[in-house]
Design a protein. Structure first.
Length: 177
């Protein structure tokens, strides 16, 4: 797919994606999967969100949902037809549904999600012409950096789990070490 965005549009998308990446780092610092999102209206960030499902014990507390909830409060309306959402990971079906219900104009995401992505990787809810609202998508903005944050997070988690398993084995049978 050819990128038809202008240099100015690319720079703008990267600027807001970096803000979403700051949110992802907050999620990671809280022990959550590092996904962050920002809502932009009139060329300004009006809301931010990052993953919080573990801490909040809420399966709907994805970065997109957090940012959409905050933006609705700022705007005083759950409909946001003049807004854009920037998110570091391709939205899942739940978040894509909320984005469509909020009637966002545009979504920009970084890394694709080959397991649960609902903006083209697994399914594409945004291409369903029979839905009463259409949201446009730009994908792959700073995809390498966004994806690397996720790879690093899950790699560190696997290493910690392996170290814990080895420590438990050593404690159970000290003569094996």
């Amino acid at each position: 797919m050819t990128d038809t965005r202008t240099a100015q549009e690319i720079a703008r998308d990267e600027h807001y994606m970096r803000a979403a990446m700051e949110e992802a780092r907050l999620a990671e610092a809280a022990g959550e999967v590092p996904v962050g999102a920002v809502v932009v209206w009139n060329d300004a960030i009006i809301a931010r969100g990052h993953n919080l499902p573990i801490k909040s014990m809420d399966p709907s507390a994805h970065a997109e949902m957090q940012a959409l909830r905050a933006a609705a409060q700022v705007l005083g309306n759950y409909r946001m037809p003049e807004c854009e959402l920037y998110v570091t990971l391709e939205p899942c079906a739940m978040c894509s549904g909320a984005i469509l219900h909020a009637r966002l104009r545009h979504v920009v995401f970084g890394a694709a999600d080959p397991k649960t992505g609902a903006a083209g990787s697994v399914v594409n809810l945004f291409e369903q012409a029979q839905l009463n609202h259409q949201t446009t998508i730009t994908n792959g903005v700073l995809a390498g950096e966004c994806g690397q944050m996720l790879k690093d997070f899950f790699g560190a988690r696997r290493r910690a789990q392996k170290a814990a398993l080895l420590a438990a084995r050593a404690a159970a049978d000290p003569e094996q070490t």
